[in-house]
Design a protein around this ligand. Sequence first.
Ligand SMILES: Cc1ncc(COP(=O)(O)O)c(C=O)c1O
Length: 482
Amino acid sequence: MQMMLSGLEEFENQESQVRSYVRRFPAVFSKAQGSELWDTHAKRYIDFFCGAGTLNYGHNNPHAKAALLEYIYRDGIQHSLDTATEAKAEFLAALNDLILAPRGLEYRVQFPGPTGTNAVEAACKLARKKTQRSHIVAFTRAYHGHSLGALALTANSYYHDEHYGSHNNVSHLPFDGYMDGLDSGDLLRRMLSDPSSGIPKPAAVILETVQGEGGIRVASKQWLRAVADVCKQQGVLLIVDDIQVGNGRTGPFFSFEESGIEPDIVCLSKSLGGGLPLAIVLVRPDVDVWKPGQHTGTFRGNNLAFVAATALLEYWRDDSLQKRTLKLHEVIVRRLKRLAASFPDVHAEVRGRGLIIGLDLRSGELANRVIESCFAQGLLLEASGAEDEVLKIMPALTISPELLVEGLRILESAVTHVLGNLLDSKRLASGAQEQDQVFVRESRAADCQVAKNVSPILSGADFSDNHIWASMASPFQSPFQN
Ligand SMILES: Cc1ncc(COP(=O)(O)O)c(C=O)c1O
C-alpha cells in the first residue's frame, strides 16, 4: 500500500500525545545527507539540531554508510545478544586503539540497551552494587534520561509526576555556577563529609560536564576537579554522563579530558553509532563487579551500530576533527556575541564549549518564536533550559563552512526579526559578509588537508562487484562535505 505522506495527519491521528519534536518541526522528512535534510515537499533544511547530539558526524556519513553497505551486502551478523561477533571485536579494538589507549584510560566496556537512559541505569546499578550504598547525588538542571532510575536524576519537574515514585535515593545539589557567589564544589565537600548534612553517604555522584538539556551550562575545569577530589576522598564513585557532549561534541573525544579527571564510570551513546542506536558504559576494572548476566537484555550490542561506530572512530586517528571543532566554536561564538550585543535589553548570554553553544534569550516565548522563524527559513534548531529559553546551536562537527555560514545567517535574521531589530539585521549582514568569505576559503583549504588523512580509511574495502556501491558517486572527497 502506497502511503500518502502529504501532511502530518497520520501522526496526529495515530501517534501518542507524547510526541514532541514533530510538533517543533512540523514536516515529514524523507532524506538527509551531511548537514542537510529534505522533506516530502522537497523543502531543504540545514541541521543545527543534530538529533540532540546524535549526528556529530552528519546524516548518512559516507564512511559509516560505505561500511554498512558492505557489511549488509555480505550478510554480516545483525542480531547476536552478547555473543561474540566480528563486528563487536572490531569495534572494541577500534575503541581501545583510537580512543582509550592513546588517552591512557583503562576501562572495561559494558553494553547495556542501546539508548542513553539504558547506560545511565546500568551505571547507577553498578555503582550501587559495588559500594553497597543506594544514594546517588545528581545536580540541579541535570538531564539523564527517562526510565525510572535515570528519571530520578533528571531535575526538570516537567518530566515528573509524584505517582512515578521516581525521586527515590537521589539528592540534587547545586551545579557549578547555579548561584552567584556559591562555591558548589565546597558545598558538595561539606555535605558529603558531614554525617548530619541529611544526605546519606552516596554510591556515586553523576554529572554532565556541559548540561545540554539544562540550558548549556558549562562546568569549569576547577569545579570538575573539586568534585572528583571529593569523590575520591569520600570513596564515592564518579559517573560522567557523556551521552550528549561526548564523541567530540566539546572538541576532545571525551568532554572531561581537558579537566584531567578520570571518572570511575562513563556513559556514552548518541553519536557513537552515527545515528544507529548504541550505548556503552565504560567501567574502571575494579568497579566491574557484575556476575555473568546480572544486567541483561535482548538488544545489547547492535552489530550495525558497531560497524558504523568502528568506521566513525577513524576520525580520531589524529586531532584534526578536534582542532576543527574548536575553530568553528570561535567563529560561532564571535558571531553570536555580536548578535547578542545588538539587542542589549534582552541581556542575552552566549555559553558553550566546542559545537554545543547556547544563546540564552531569557524567555521561552522569544526562543520559541526564533525557532519557528528558523524552521520557516529552512534551519532546524532546538531550545533547552527550564523554560526552553536557550537556543541550542549544535551543528554536525563535519558541517561544511558554507552551510555553517548559511545557517548562522538564517539564525541571525530570525533573531533580529523576532526582536524587531531590522536595522541591526542589515548592519550585521553587511559586516559579516566579508568575514564569511575569508572563513569559508580558509576552512575549505584546511578541510582538504584533513580529507587526505581520513579518506584512505576504506581504501582496503573492495566494492568492485557491489552494484549498490557502483551506482553511487564517490563520497570520499572530503570528510567535511556538507
Ligand atoms: C546527558 C544525557 N543523558 C542521558 C540522555 C538520555 O538518552 P536517551 O534519550 O537516548 O535515553 C540524554 C538525552 O538527551 C542526555 O542528553
